[in-house]
Write a protein that binds this ligand. Structure first.
Ligand code: ZN
Ligand code: ZN
Length: 341
């Protein structure tokens, strides 16, 4: 099969790889239809996040079940599915307490990072991580379920009360997803995005997601004039000091963007006196995935998809992810492996 693998020099290469096999009785092989490119994929390619050379990248995958192992009961060949790429063992102490995101046996299980992902014709995963999608849900919509689960985990960790205000730093696909979800849950939301092209893109797609009549999600260039907010979510990953400036006393700051080189200087006394919670939500626990799948049925996030490319057009896709003179010209980009429906 065809697969996009990570090279030693942090680039992608289209290679011929052996198709996956059913090595466990609960394995499921999926014919991949398409996979969203995630900010994490970009971080890997620009050296901001580690991944295993040689791995097949891609983790926001959807497709149709091709074959199932002997013990698989909830899936049949032909079923349309979305993959949950955040694997866990299910039997270590954190997993036993529903904190599967802190599973102690994660090494070698991060799909598209250190276990083969879905920028390929096929992927194999244990059945517990393959979710059927409703008949009326498009593959485009299903492709956004995984980032929506991340957004849900981070938003819940912010600990907002109904009606509380939220500021989202960064208006990329994940910032837009967090904002759309927060708005859907009733929080007045402002997105701060310095890139003018991205601001225009957001202004174009957000009404399609949250509706024209609703209170709009504000998209601003600078955070300076904003009133303090109950929570600030940093989807970029290196904006902690700015987030602390924007949060109201008693509020929370959530670090969401992956940025392994970011360092920040803090004033502990100020955090103490203002009663600020600094939260790292990280990976989502497995039980959030079905919840996000349900919400995805009500929130037309597919409008975030601005570009699609075939597997062998990946270089064009990556090019769009690096800001050129005109700024970021894409929101969600998908890589298509197979037929689109
Ligand atoms: Zn992702
Ligand atoms: Zn575990």
């Amino acid at each position: 099969m065809r697969a996009l693998t990570l090279t030693d020099t942090r680039w992608l290469q289209l290679r011929d790889r052996p198709a996956p096999t059913l090595s466990r009785d609960d394995d499921v092989i999926v014919d991949v239809a398409q996979t969203g490119i995630c900010g994490t994929d970009r971080s890997v390619l620009v050296g901001k996040f580690p991944a295993l050379p040689g791995v097949v990248m891609g983790h926001e995958g959807v497709g149709r079940v091709a074959r199932v192992g002997e013990y698989v009961e909830h899936l049949r060949p032909g079923d349309r599915v979305v993959i949950n790429p955040t694997l866990y063992c299910g039997h270590c102490p954190p997993c036993q307490h529903s904190r599967t995101n802190h599973c102690r046996n994660k090494r070698g299980t991060e799909v598209g990072i250190d276990r083969d992902g879905s920028f390929a014709d096929q992927i194999v995963l244990p059945a517990a991580f393959i979710h059927p999608i409703p008949q009326d849900m498009s593959f485009d919509q299903a492709t956004l379920v995984e980032p929506l689960t991340c957004a849900l985990n981070n938003l819940l960790s912010a600990g907002l009360d109904p009606g509380d205000q939220l500021i989202v730093l960064g208006g990329g696909p994940i910032g837009a997803t967090v904002a759309a979800l927060a708005h859907h849950l009733g929080h007045p939301t402002t997105v701060v995005e310095t890139d003018p092209t991205r601001r225009d893109l957001l202004a174009g797609v957000l009404p399609a997601i949250v509706g024209q009549d609703a209170t709009p999600i504000e998209v601003v260039e600078h955070a300076g004039d904003l009133p303090p907010s109950q929570s600030v979510i940093d989807t970029v990953g290196n904006l902690l000091p700015q987030a602390l400036d924007l949060v109201a006393p008693g509020g929370s700051v959530v670090i969401m963007g992956y940025h392994s080189h970011a360092v920040a200087q803090l004033h502990p006394l100020e955090i103490l006196q203002r009663g600020i919670r600094i939260v790292g939500a990280g990976d989502y626990p497995g039980n959030l995935f079905p919840r996000a799948l349900h919400i995805a049925g009500q929130l037309p996030l597919a409008a975030l998809i601005t570009h699609r490319f075939k597997l062998d057009e990946f270089e064009q896709a990556i090019e769009l992810l690096s800001p050129n003179g005109a700024g970021y010209s894409a929101l969600k980009i998908v890589i298509q492996s197979g037929p689109a429906s």
